[in-house]
Design a protein around this ligand. Structure first.
Ligand code: PLP
Ligand code: SF4
Length: 396
């Protein structure tokens, strides 16, 4: 059950948290991002010290903590809207596609990269709409891997989710299906409250019969999200035959300390979930205060690696701006640390193109920050970074 603005206001708008709530409403008015939190996530918040609470930070941003958007920040950082082959089906890679099944989520995250498509006021998914995507998948045999995301599959009626995945299973070329959700940690009780667990168990056994690998990809960012209830839900899903993998967004003040990240990885493995990706946060509007630099992410990766089995450690990636896809964090062609500007290649997506990523301005020198804010000087710096990759200075 998701509490939206009106219900949250009724809960927090008077009494001891009213000043904090005023900050939350001011931030929402400023960023235009939707508010939505489950009872379960509210229960995970640290109510005696909400300001520093890592769960609150992800879901109820405060006006006072916002930072101005980076000049390269985009409403649709990954270029997904333009990457749709039909409405709701994004194609970036040769063999896989992303199906946007619904615009609804159990919680709305302050850093969501898909704020262009997600929110309680947008169109919910319908079978009629999914037919477009299913038709495109049936027509293109090169796609053998579908990620069903949204929004969040936890918000689909179990019958609709069953119908959609069954249709995907019936496509002859499909080899892998992933269902992306934050619901497992945001509303774990939902799994056994209705028919969802039975639906997923049935789908898992049908997938196995057909030789299709079906997995649930769980978005989780803090060890507290893996409490008793979420662990129980994960165990039920593993028992039902699903593979569970995790996806984590690196967030300042949430999980950007080596100890916090290590604790998260350990809790993830213990819950039967394989750590898959740690994403550098995307350059989405209203999320600047939560972003970390590539250098900080690379350092965290360095601190983490070696602590436990390599197969239990996530890969750190940066989903580069403009649709280059996920790139291994350290694989930049060039990283101008002074300006916090990285250039990536993505040969599979487009061998000719270069893709940019920029660090948050806060850690850069004051004159560099001013440079970023001036059109001519930032353009000159970007051009020089691109040129240095295209035409590297000859050795000697
Ligand atoms: C993340 C993503 C995928 C899956 O990529 P993997 O690296 O295989 O996890 C597929 N399509 C799109 C558009 C994506 O963003
Ligand atoms: S649950 Fe996922 S899709 Fe929904 S708001 Fe959070 S990050 Fe975005």
């Amino acid at each position: 059950m998701t509490l939206h603005t009106a219900q949250l206001r009724a809960r927090l708008g008077s009494g001891e948290h009213r000043e904090l709530w005023a900050e939350v409403e001011a931030a929402a008015a400023h960023t235009g991002r939707p508010l939505g939190v489950t009872e379960h996530m509210l229960g995970l918040m640290d109510w005696s010290s909400l300001e520093g609470c890592p769960i609150r930070r992800q879901l109820l941003p405060l006006h006072s903590e916002l930072e101005p958007d980076h000049p390269l920040c985009r409403h649709d950082p990954l270029g997904e809207a333009c990457g749709q082959v039909v409405p709701g089906l994004v194609r970036r890679y040769p063999d896989r596609a992303l199906l946007l099944s619904t615009s609804r989520c159990p919680v709305y995250c302050a850093f969501c990269t898909r704020s262009w498509a997600v929110g309680p006021r947008r169109e919910a998914g319908t079978r009629q709409r999914w037919e477009l995507a299913l038709g495109a998948l049936a027509a293109d045999r090169s796609i053998l891997d579908v990620t069903v995301s949204g929004g969040d599959v936890w918000r689909l009626a179990a019958g609709d989710l069953g119908w959609l995945v069954q249709r995907l299973l019936e496509l002859p070329g499909i080899e892998r299906i992933r269902l992306a959700t934050r619901g497992l940690v945001a509303d774990p009780a939902h799994l056994e409250r209705g028919p969802l667990l039975d639906t997923l168990a049935t789908l898992a056994s049908r997938a196995r019969e057909r030789g299709v690998r079906l997995a649930l990809h769980v978005h989780l960012n803090h060890p507290r999200e893996l409490g008793r209830e979420a662990q129980g839900a994960a165990a039920s899903l593993v028992h039902a035959g699903l593979t569970l993998r995790s996806q984590t967004v690196l967030l300042r003040g949430v999980n950007d300390e080596p100890q916090a990240l290590l604790a998260l990885v350990k809790a993830t493995v213990k819950a039967g979930i394989s750590p898959y990706y740690v994403y550098n946060a995307d350059m989405a509007p209203g999320a600047e205060h939560l972003r970390t630099s590539l250098a900080a992410a690379a350092e965290l990766e360095k601190q983490l690696r070696g602590h436990t089995a390599g197969f239990d450690l996530p890969t750190f990636v940066c989903d580069v701006q403009g649709g280059g896809g996920k790139r291994q964090l350290h694989s930049w062609e060039r990283y101008d640390r002074e300006w916090g500007l990285a250039v990536f290649r993505s040969p599979v997506v487009d061998p000719e193109r270069l893709f940019l990523h920029a660090d948050p301005l806060r850690d850069l020198a004051p004159d560099v920050q001013r440079g970023w804010l001036e059109y001519d000087s930032r353009l000159a710096r970007i051009e020089s970074a691109l040129r240095s990759v295209h035409c590297p200075p000859s050795a000697g």
